[in-house]
Design a protein around this ligand. Structure first.
Ligand SMILES: [Mg+2]
Length: 241
């Protein structure tokens, strides 16, 4: 089973702890507001997406350098206590359930892993997830190819219809839409050949609903995967906040 990162497991830590603070600092040095600086970067990202440059579209260092002529550093190793408030509260029980079922968990994100890795590591999730696939792979959701890099994948859970659901449907795996109350759904699809709206196989409002709902539609999920639990169960208690 694969899981999206930003908006599904956490509120984007790269944005909250690194990119936005950096934009605020840069705005303090110059005449432009941080919003204007961000607008310029976001426009370039959208331009790259439209030209199917998926890796470049999420490479904020390169975008900052090309559009703002500024050097955006790598994120500093984050402190766990700064990250915990960004993790959705239902994530911990979900991870406990999945590791207890010995499910193999993967992350499929459109962010670059080099930007996500410090956060995954600080949370101890590098011990929970078997693999991490980001736009560094050269593919980004809703392209089905990031999912096809994982053998035997049966389901993907994510918060965006145009990325997570559409990509999972195209990869012929169960598409689970996590529709958190209050989260704005961005229905724009970047792929001109796709509908911008896609019907999920399963919609849940919280990860709490997932164990029961998933087991109903996918009984074999209980037997999926071999990785993880024995190796990491002793570490589990230290992972929970
Ligand atoms: Mg997301």
């Amino acid at each position: 089973m694969s899981v999206d990162f930003d908006g599904t497991l956490m509120r984007n830590p790269y944005w909250s702890l690194h990119l936005k603070p950096w934009l605020l600092t840069q705005a303090g040095f110059g005449h432009k507001s941080w919003q204007k600086l961000w607008e310029t970067m976001a426009e370039e990202s959208e331009h790259r997406l439209r030209h199917r440059n998926f890796q470049g579209a999420y490479d904020w260092q390169d975008i900052a350098s090309k559009t703002l002529h500024m050097s955006l550093p790598n994120p500093n190793p984050p402190r766990r206590e700064d990250l915990i408030p960004l993790v959705y509260p239902d994530v911990w029980d979900f991870l406990l359930w999945a590791t207890g079922k010995r499910l193999t968990l993967h992350i499929v994100t459109n962010g670059l892993i080099k930007n996500q890795w410090p956060y995954l590591r600080a949370l101890g999730w590098d011990k929970i997830f078997t693999s991490w696939i980001g736009a560094d792979s050269g593919f980004a959701k809703p392209d089905p190819r990031p999912f096809r890099l994982i053998t035997g994948l049966s389901a993907h859970i994510g918060d965006r219809l145009a990325h997570d659901v559409l990509g999972a449907k195209r990869a012929s795996i169960l598409a689970v839409h996590l529709k958190r109350p209050g989260n704005q759904e961005d229905k724009r699809g970047w792929d001109a050949l796709s509908p911008s709206f896609c019907q999920a196989d399963l919609t849940v409002k919280s990860l709490q609903e997932l164990p029961e709902r998933l087991t109903q539609v996918l009984p074999t999920i209980q037997h999926e995967g071999q990785v993880g639990y024995e190796r990491y169960s002793h570490r589990w208690q230290t992972l929970r906040p």
